[in-house]
Design a protein around this ligand. Structure first.
Ligand SMILES: Cc1cc2nc3c(=O)[nH]c(=O)nc-3n(C[C@H](O)[C@H](O)[C@H](O)COP(=O)(O)OP(=O)(O)OC[C@H]3O[C@@H](n4cnc5c(N)ncnc54)[C@H](O)[C@@H]3O)c2cc1C
Ligand code: SF4
Length: 323
């Protein structure tokens, strides 16, 4: 690991300033430290935000404000989350391990980096790690990679389970800029697709700090999170689905769906929600929804298996919702 300076921020203003001057924010450190050990990232200075007053979940406009330093364990266990946003609680508990969830934070989880193995191997070309160097995954071993939203420069997957649940819940990210102003950004617009600049992953400007996440008032409906992975626990999603569905007499009244394990960002496609809304669920409808979702999929060799998994998860989510 390369030497670096360390600063424990006592207030947001000093954290913002240090981040703007090139410091790298560290929260739980569960992803960042691994990247530093491998010298995938080599910050000259770390800005530790763990002492800042960002560890509270509080009521907010009928919904919730989740501080950026709330740990994944505390968020999953919060009674309001368990009662009103069970999809979020389930997604969090489906991620990592108990020990990691005790350290991993809301802000850090949103900004964790891809698990593309070539990104972590500094001996191989990777446009995300070193812009313009090429992509070793294309033409290489593909399994934990995306089939939607990719580009010729990068087929990396967004790894977060939590972000998939937040996307289906229409969450907004609260961001504080260098001048101290705060704004809310819908998660839908927060993540950038790779295009020709896969190293730019979000809309954050230099020095921006995530201070929290805002959830709108709960909408009701049946909420579920299903995740398929190589091991029963302690593994990232091959494919996952978050659903919030209201149904009556076999007919879908309202629906929101988001997918993990398939997209360059947590994936939501409102076209399939529009198609499903008002419809009675049967095999043909499930098939059509899967066809529409996968119509833009780019199935590089090694990733074809994901389509069957997506269809099966979609089928079980819709079938359960109307039972
Ligand atoms: C073995 C293992 C298995 C895992 N399995 C899963 C899994 O199944 N599902 C899953 O979703 N995740 C999984 N994870 C990932 C884990 O959830 C993330 O490492 C964790 O959520 C990152 O949070 P952190 O607070 O530790 O972030 P850090 O490592 O501290 O930071 C991550 C990034 O976010 C930036 N950052 C952090 N907070 C802020 C902020 N407030 N403002 C601006 N920038 C910020 C940092 O600069 C850094 O770039 C796994 C991790 C490991 C090591
Ligand atoms: S898929 Fe993206 S992260 Fe992986 S090697 Fe290619 S450019 Fe790098």
């Amino acid at each position: 690991m390369k030497p670096f300076d360390y600063m424990r921020a006592e207030d947001l203003q000093s954290a913002r300033r240090a981040a703007h001057q090139g410091g790298t924010v560290i929260a739980g450190g569960t992803n960042l430290i691994d990247l530093m050990k491998l010298e995938v990232v080599t910050p000259s200075a770390l800005v530790d935000i763990s002492r800042l007053d960002l560890s509270e979940v509080r009521d907010h406009d009928g919904g919730l404000h989740i501080g950026a330093m709330v740990t994944n364990s505390d968020l999953a266990a919060d009674p309001r989350v368990r009662r009103n946003y069970p999809v979020l609680s389930r997604a969090l508990l489906a991620g990592a391990s108990g020990q990691l969830r005790n350290k991993a934070t809301t802000g850090g989880n949103l900004l964790q980096r891809t698990r593309c193995p070539y990104f972590y191997d500094t001996d191989t070309p990777c446009n995300k790690r070193r812009p313009g160097s090429g992509c070793s995954a294309i033409g290489g071993e593909l399994r934990n990679h995306a089939i939607l939203g990719t580009s010729d420069d990068c087929v990396a997957l967004h790894p977060s389970d939590m972000a998939v649940a937040l996307r289906v819940l229409d969450a907004q990210v609260e961001i504080e800029s260098l001048d101290g102003s705060r704004h809310l950004q819908p998660l839908d617009d927060f993540y950038r697709l790779p295009g020709k600049t896969p190293h730019i992953e979000t809309s954050l400007a230099p020095g921006d700090i995530i201070t929290g996440v805002v959830l709108p008032a709960p909408t009701g409906g049946l909420q579920s999170y299903r995740k398929i992975r190589d091991r029963a626990s302690y593994a990232f999603a091959l494919v996952s689905i978050a659903g919030v569905v209201t149904a009556r007499d076999g007919r879908i009244e309202d629906i929101a769906l988001a997918f993990g394990g398939i997209g360059a960002r947590p994936w939501r496609d409102t076209r399939i929600e529009d198609m499903l809304r008002g419809q009675t669920v049967d095999d043909q409808l499930i098939q059509q929804a899967g066809d529409l979702l996968l119509s833009d999929a780019r199935l590089l060799e090694g990733l074809e298996f994901k389509t069957g998994l997506v269809r099966r998860l979609l089928s079980s989510t819709l079938t359960e919702a109307v039972q």
